[in-house]
Design a protein around this ligand. Structure first.
Ligand code: AMP
Ligand code: MG
Length: 347
């Protein structure tokens, strides 16, 4: 399911970016990592740079952030309950950011839901609806307050309370996009669009100096789109109920968990798109804002902007078919009037 939608997004993206350019101008690479199809488009990148990009994505997945890949740094941390890392170690930085977002979102983003994801069978796709008591028992093994991270002379140390396991699925792709952008910049690439399975980050502008045009997909129709965002040096990340789910007795259970209930979040939203310069924050905030629902997400945005913690824009699709987007997107978002949705700018 997830794979198919990612491919469709790619098609839309290419349809919208290819105008006026010859296909030969852009170097492209498709990578399968982090359980999803990723499509990289870069200008001025040679074969070696794209190989290095592909290697980075595979390594971040299987050697660092995957919970299920045997021997990954995260799998080892979960098994051992503690780990020490060099300052530049990717896991250290990912956990640190995850904890920051968790604090900033009052726990709506919770990187300790590994056992809850297991209980619902999202790990390994052995889907099931857990008993209430089974979920309640997991309370003791979840919560960002049960994770400690402190700086050491050479980097950082992470410790998990008894039985606690981390799941970084809500931030991994955005974080990977940040590292990939940095690596591409270092290789001299300053124009690229990276679609990591629906988490899109763009580097610079298109070679002709115009902004990238990114289609925001319609959560109800894999082939449709809600509108087009113009984007320069920014990430556009969507969390939605359609990404991963199963159905039992006519009820749909999706993969974004409300840490308050340990059940799929029911916040009146179908999808949330976050536009933010930082990919890891965009990714984690899209998950958190989905949990919070429109009103709380809008006030979180104001709070984090006022604190100087994070600046971001939001685009929601509500269950009753309204697309709401924050005023910072007003001159960057062109609604698709044929989509059947009602559009509303909010301040
Ligand atoms: P995303 O597609 O980025 O919204 O991330 C969803 C993934 O993040 C799930 O597949 C889980 O691995 C994880 N996850 C689910 N609920 C949460 C949550 N409330 N906070 C943090 N991570 C979550
Ligand atoms: Mg996310």
């Amino acid at each position: 399911m997830k794979k198919r939608l990612s491919v469709l997004l790619l098609l839309v993206l290419f349809a919208l970016t290819a105008c006026g350019e010859t296909a030969a101008d852009a170097q492209t690479r498709t990578v399968y990592a982090m359980d999803t199809v990723m499509n990289l488009t870069a200008y001025g990148a040679d074969e070696e740079t794209l190989n290095a990009a592909e290697t980075l994505l595979h390594e971040l997945d299987t050697a660092v952030l995957s919970r299920t890949a045997e021997g990954s740094a995260l799998a080892r941390l979960n098994a051992d309950g503690a780990g020490e890392y060099d300052a530049e170690d990717a896991l250290c930085a990912a956990v640190k950011t995850a904890l920051s977002v968790s604090e900033a979102t009052f726990g709506a983003f919770d990187p300790t839901l590994a056992r809850v994801m297991d209980a619902w069978g999202f790990t390994g796709e052995a889907y099931r609806v857990p008993e209430r008591g089974e979920l309640a028992a997991l309370r003791a093994q979840t919560g960002a307050d049960k994770v400690t991270l402190h700086e050491t002379e050479t980097g950082c140390a992470v410790a998990l309370a008894d039985g606690v396991q981390l799941d970084l699925g809500g931030i991994a792709k955005g974080y990977a996009a940040d590292l990939l952008r940095a690596q591409l910049r270092e290789a001299g690439v300053d124009s690229a669009a990276l679609d990591l399975g629906g988490d899109v980050c763009v580097l610079g502008t298109k070679p002709d100096g115009s902004a990238w045009r990114i289609a925001v997909k319609d959560p109800a129709d894999g082939e449709g789109y809600l509108g087009v965002l113009t984007a320069t040096d920014v990430c556009i990340v969507t969390s939605g109920v359609y990404e991963r789910y199963f159905e039992e007795n006519g009820v749909r259970y999706h993969h974004i968990i409300d840490p308050a209930t340990f059940c799929p979040a029911e916040s009146g939203l179908v999808s949330v798109t976050v536009v933010c310069e930082n990919g890891a924050w965009a990714d984690a905030l899209s998950t958190a804002c989905f949990v919070l629902g429109a009103e709380d997400a809008l006030s979180l945005r104001e709070t984090l902007a006022a604190q100087g913690t994070a600046a971001f824009e939001l685009l929601f699709v509500t269950e009753d078919g309204v697309v709401r987007y924050t005023d910072g997107l007003a001159d960057r978002f062109v609604p698709n009037e044929e989509s059947g949705y009602r559009y509303e700018a909010v301040s």
